[in-house]
Write a protein that binds this ligand. Sequence first.
Ligand SMILES: Cc1cc2nc3c(=O)[nH]c(=O)nc-3n(C[C@H](O)[C@H](O)[C@H](O)COP(=O)(O)OP(=O)(O)OC[C@H]3O[C@@H](n4cnc5c(N)ncnc54)[C@H](O)[C@@H]3O)c2cc1C
Length: 591
Amino acid sequence: MVRKLKEADVVIVGLGWTGGILAKELAEAGLNVVALERGGMRSTSNDYSMPNIRDELRYVVRHDLMMDTTQQTLTIRNDPAQEALPMRRLGAFLPGEVVGGSGVHWTGHVWRWTDNEFKIRARYEERYGKNLIPDDMPIQDWGIGYDELEPYYERFEYTAGVSGKAGNLKGQIQPGGNPFEAQRGRDYPLPPLTPILASEMFAKAAYRSGYHPFPRPSANASRPYTNPDGAQFGACQYCGYCMRFGCEANAKGSPHMTVIPTAMANPNFELRTHAWVTKVLKDSDGKRVTGVTYTNVLNGEELEQPARIVVLAAYALNNVHLMMLSGLGEIYDPATQKGLLGRNYCYQTSNGATLFFEGRHFNPFMNAGGSNDVIDDFHSNWAFDRGPHGFVGGSIISGGFNTVLPISYRPVPAGTPQWGKAWKAATAKWYQAAMTIVSAGSVMANRANYLDLDPTYKNALGQPLLRMTFDFKANEHKLSRQAADVVNAIARSMNPTAIIPASARTQPWDYVPHQSTHNIGGAIMGTDPGNSVLNKYLQAWGYHNLFVVGANAFPHNAAYNPTGPLGALAYFTADAIKTRYIKSPGELMPG
Ligand SMILES: Cc1cc2nc3c(=O)[nH]c(=O)nc-3n(C[C@H](O)[C@H](O)[C@H](O)COP(=O)(O)OP(=O)(O)OC[C@H]3O[C@@H](n4cnc5c(N)ncnc54)[C@H](O)[C@@H]3O)c2cc1C
């Protein structure tokens, strides 16, 4: 028996960055908003405070803030000929499952993706003709441009308290910033974080090699900050517990200390935690959605929440899964190339070198998400010619530390025994004296990479799991070769005592080691219902009162982290709903 509740103006599924932004904005616009979040409520004072938060067993090994794979997971395989098996333990990616979502335990790097991403097919064809993009690479323009998103990027950066240095202010290149960024109207709200020694050494070497290092923009507040909504940030303590942890200093811009409390202070907003949404409901003529069903995971009760507008903000993979479970679109079939839902799923590549400098003291226990310098010379610009390499996309390369956790970060040179006395001696010797240079690389859509429903495995509520079919293709192998060569050349120019060099990817993708939670695609945005699931307002083609907000909308993956454009798009969608949709409900035409 499903208990039917009173209709809300808006129901939001999932309360991370995207859900939080929509919740705050729509409640402020006078709409009555209900958010349904599968995870529970945590707080900085109780859960993310010292000493509890510095618990590697709880947060790194036991994934305390993340999706519980005993209840919900997905099946994974590298190609359609294989049988997909359930991911029973999180590995490559770590989706969040608390109020605040992954935005609680993210690192905080914030990028502005530019028109070379949003207009990727047009730009590459213009530069290289039609031959560089292979037939099995269905990349496409996004249907939106940088200029439209620019004010919304700024809003997100000011909300999240991003520290950084502008590289292109109103068309003027700024010394010390990223000379390849698109022009911005304002600088970041906060100056860059203090660089660590390893980053300074990387920056010098990159500069000597002719590149353009700059401080990585990051939502780690370099000084105390109050954002435009009045949320108060402490200054970053450089403790290094950013990725996988909530911030004890409230210095990491996160939805649970910015947009969500603002929404919660608004009487128009109601949050229900432990609410697992199972389906989006459609009306009988199939042109509108009417609400969602959900299960209260604390007592098993099933409920229906009717709503005039449904916003899916449950993370890219979960948004696609919910659309498939609800019959909202035809699921992609790689054999026939029919169906749009599930298409263009992309992950990211990464590789890196570890450098050992005998006698150096890097103090790796002091770090922050944004205290590493980075170079953007090989990504969204044409200064780097892809022609000789024969690939589409690019990489960013940074130097410093990837993670500095005192138990799990134990770098030792190649050839060191993996246990026993010799390992102990080596780990004591090198802990202070090692640093890394890493690259992150883009992934282009491929016809054989996609999401659909698993025919065999089910979640704790008896629903088919999402099935992921993904592998790196020739494009990514070439790209990772080029990135590894640059990483190794910079690393060797620094004359380390020993080096574990970066190696190009040749093996099938493996979902076990941690890589990044930058899953994108599956319900993509585009210019028309023939090539996409959503329009540029992230409104579903064919269901005008359904908005699907997440990186599922990205038709390909850049090397950049996704949350900059994700936050910008969430504000863009919120504005479209507030200023246009609620006045005249229907399909939003470009305007
Ligand atoms: C370790 C880590 C480091 C990262 N670092 C960076 C970084 O430096 N820079 C960057 O740009 N990005 C980074 N990311 C990615 C970033 O966190 C995400 O892009 C962003 O938080 C996604 O926001 P979202 O609102 O789409 O989803 P989420 O934040 O994942 O929120 C979705 C919410 O929906 C809930 N939910 C899911 N399914 C249901 C359901 N059926 N019913 C009800 N609720 C549901 C979940 O519990 C969750 O709380 C990182 C991610 C991780 C995990």
